[in-house]
Design a protein around this ligand. Structure first.
Ligand SMILES: NC(=O)C1=CN([C@@H]2O[C@H](COP(=O)(O)OP(=O)(O)OC[C@H]3O[C@@H](n4cnc5c(N)ncnc54)[C@H](O)[C@@H]3O)[C@@H](O)[C@H]2O)C=CC1
Ligand SMILES: O=C(O)[C@@H]1CCC=N1
Length: 271
């Protein structure tokens, strides 16, 4: 957690990671954050982190080891060129922007820039994130390790060499937490339709998803076995699963379409 880090953009994803790092003892003095002035000032007051409104306000002697882009993909083209002066062998550019390809970064920062394209997710805020990373060939082992340490501090890390898989990764783990939160909403709505008061339906739905997540985490059994453990032959769960596992109208078919839609949008964002 001693990496000299320049975090560009501290919105939902940037702050999710920052919260995880701070909980792991990130040294505020090693970090600069580029954000809009108000947020930058708040971060400075709250954590003693150097918050600046743009790259021109970074201390001149601050040479980051990692420049982490956590801004919206749509704003990257406007700001990326101003980071070119930071290109040097000891600096790796780590991007979490959905759809923004390694080619995009090399076309703006040059072939010498060392780039890692990453896709994290918001459970990073509670150190339960899932991040997948893809490096350029010039990224050293030490730089890979540095990125791994940063992202491992906020959850699990996996690497891919084939960048084209990043769109599918985005569709599954990047966007995935939203699917689970929506599952809670859908279950609560279904509970209400089945006769429960709204508040109670939401409490039951929420705690069921939280409890199932904890059980999945604590258990060495597969998801299929955990599902079977709930399902008595000819019982209530089996009746529900007949609906959910229907090959034509069930959850697998719906989820396949949802993940494919996110994957395709990720491709579109590459522009
Ligand atoms: N929210 C999520 O679950 C995930 C988001 N991502 C990626 O993370 C990136 C950020 O997404 P969110 O955090 O959701 O968006 P956000 O809108 O919450 O955060 C973006 C931040 O960038 C700041 N910003 C805008 N222009 C800037 C500039 N010129 N310089 C510095 N900061 C600037 C904004 O003030 C804002 O705080 C996106 O590229 C997205 O694809 C990746 C994985 C998951
Ligand atoms: O919705 C988005 O585009 C971002 C990328 C993955 C999760 N949120």
């Amino acid at each position: 957690m001693n990496t000299r880090l320049l975090l560009v953009g501290c919105g939902k994803m940037g702050s999710a990671m920052l919260e995880g790092w701070l909980a792991r003892g990130l040294q505020a003095s090693n970090v600069f954050i580029v954000e809009q002035t108000e947020t930058a000032e708040k971060l400075e007051a709250q954590y003693g982190i150097n918050g600046v409104p743009d790259i021109d306000h970074i201390r001149e002697d601050f040479i980051p080891q990692v420049v982490l882009f956590a801004v919206k993909p749509q704003v990257l083209p406007d700001l990326i060129d101003s980071y070119k002066p930071l290109v040097r062998a000891e600096t790796v550019f780590l991007s979490v922007a959905a759809g923004k390809t390694i080619d995009f970064f090399t076309s703006h920062l040059g072939e010498h820039a060392r780039i890692v394209r990453a896709m994290p997710n918001t459970p990073a805020a509670v150190s339960r994130g899932m991040t997948v990373m893809c490096p350029t060939e010039n990224v050293s082992i030490a730089q890979r390790d540095m990125c791994q340490t940063l992202l491992e501090a906020v959850g699990m890390v996996s690497w891919i060499e084939d960048e084209s898989l990043m769109d599918a990764v985005t569709g599954l783990s990047g966007s995935g937490p939203a699917y689970i939160f929506h599952l809670v909403e859908a279950m609560a709505q279904a509970g209400e339709a089945a006769g429960l008061p709204a508040d109670q339906a939401m409490t039951l739905a929420r705690q069921t998803v939280v409890g199932a997540g904890f059980l999945l985490d604590a258990s060495e059994e597969s998801a299929a076995t955990l599902r079977e453990n709930v399902t008595s032959p000819g019982g209530t769960t089996a009746a529900a699963l007949n609906v959910l596992m229907d090959p034509k109208t069930g959850l697998p078919e719906l989820m396949t379409r949802a993940v494919a839609a996110a994957r395709d949008r990720s491709k579109e964002l590459a522009g």
